[in-house]
Ligand binder design. Structure first.
Ligand SMILES: Cc1ncc(COP(=O)(O)O)c(C=O)c1O
Length: 398
């Protein structure tokens, strides 16, 4: 069967990815199995998505129950799971309003449209510029792509959406120099995710808050990779003790079901009146039930605390590995269960992650030199140990 499936992939799947010749078939917790019956420990979690692991019984029950009851009605009508989800997310984030969509890029599009239209609606139509950061990643749609601070993602897609100034991540002086009366918002990841898992330097987000306030601009957080407990707090920027004006969520929120959200303060509730923005699927009952199940499992199983504790264990183990193999590994970094091992030189990240996979460990890569570890938040200490031993074995091979 595997060969038949791979033949379909070779012939019919649009070749915009480089998957290895493996077809994953089922999962349970941290483990997944392919169509040949091989077992893998999943420290990729579908790129930081499967917050409660694979096939969590409570998640399966909630999604199954909802799809059997009511899946989709569109935003012509309310549905109960979506209203409950809006309330839950606002309660957990201190925000007032939630707008739902289906992916991270769309959540960021909502942030960008919110910011521009807020100033349009409040008599400052010239405030249209965004300040964003080198090394950032905000998604692949044209707006989110314009904010993404990595030229490799933009090459060949011009002309892009204009009105974006990129500055060095962590450099408050550069942000200050970029500010002006035409700036609508600063958009920041609390930890650069795709850019190599780089946590914001201490004081950086607080400095951005101050600069945004000083210049009458909004501060927006892209919490798509860092949100929903991944860093050990519900939101990544909680570590920095700042409050933002609006933020985007996706990835972990649906636990594998595609769902995104833009959350904002009441002061921005008038920016997108009826007819200005929307999505057919956004906030559908099935997606909302999936997200509600993720939130309730986070609480029931203490997964924020687990993310913090296992994040520390993973960090210690990766740091020990860096100390043991200094010629291969430069350092480890990250926050909670969003961690990276930064390799020296110009490592063959694809080759290394392939060898990890052959030994039964799934990881992703970030930037040019980082192996990225984003296990489900249900990861155990024994599973962290297992992953570390596979990484050590592969990196010791030379
Ligand atoms: C910080 C950040 N923003 C936005 C996105 C885009 O999300 P999606 O792929 O769901 O559109 C990603 C995806 O990796 C991300 O890490």
């Amino acid at each position: 069967m595997t060969q038949e499936l791979l033949a379909i992939a070779g012939r019919h799947l649009y070749p915009n990815y480089r998957q290895p010749p493996v077809v994953l078939a089922r999962g349970r917790g941290l483990e997944v199995w392919d169509t040949e019956g091989r077992r893998y420990l999943d420290f990729a979690a579908g790129v930081a998505v499967c917050a409660v692991g694979h096939a969590h019984p409570a998640y399966v029950a909630a999604v199954s129950e909802q799809v059997a009851r009511l899946g989709h009605v569109s935003n012509y009508f309310y549905n109960e799971p979506n209203l409950r989800l809006a309330g839950e997310l606002c309660r957990r984030t201190g925000m007032d309003r939630a707008l739902f969509c289906n992916s991270g890029a769309e959540a960021n599009e909502a942030l960008l449209k919110l910011a521009r239209r807020h100033f349009f609606a409040t008599g400052q139509p010239d405030r249209v510029r965004f300040v964003a950061f080198d090394g950032s990643f905000h998604g692949r749609t044209m707006g989110a792509l314009a904010l993404t601070g990595q030229a490799k993602y933009q090459a060949g897609f011009g002309p892009g959406v204009g009105g974006v100034t990129h500055v060095a991540y962590g450099d408050l002086g550069a942000v200050r120099a970029a500010m002006g009366t035409d700036v609508a918002a600063i958009l920041v990841e609390p930890v650069l995710g795709e850019g190599g898992v780089v946590p914001a330097p201490p004081g950086f987000l607080a400095g951005l808050r101050a600069l945004a306030d000083e210049h009458g601009a909004l501060l927006l957080a892209d919490e798509i990779q860092t949100g929903v407990g991944r860093t050990g707090r519900f939101l990544g920027h909680e570590h920095d003790g700042v409050q933002v004006d609006a933020l985007s969520l996706a990835k972990g929120l649906g636990g594998g079901f595609p769902v995104g959200a833009m959350l904002c303060r009441e002061a921005l509730a008038g920016a997108l009146p009826p007819g200005t923005h929307g999505s057919t699927y956004g906030g559908n009952a099935l997606a909302s039930a999936a997200a509600l199940a993720v939130l309730s499992i986070l609480d029931a199983e203490g997964l924020l605390a687990n993310a913090e504790a296992q994040g520390e264990a993973l960090s210690r183990g990766l740091a020990a590995l860096a100390a043991k193999l200094p010629e291969r590994v430069e350092l480890e970094r990250g926050r909670g269960l969003l961690r990276a091992l930064v390799l020296r030189g110009t490592p063959d990240l694809r080759g290394i992650s392939g060898r990890l996979r052959e030994r039964g460990l799934l990881v992703t890569v970030a930037g040019d030199r980082a192996l990225r570890f984003t296990p489900p938040l249900v990861v155990s200490g024994a599973q962290v140990e297992e992953a570390l031993s596979v990484v050590e074995a592969v990196l010791s091979e030379g």
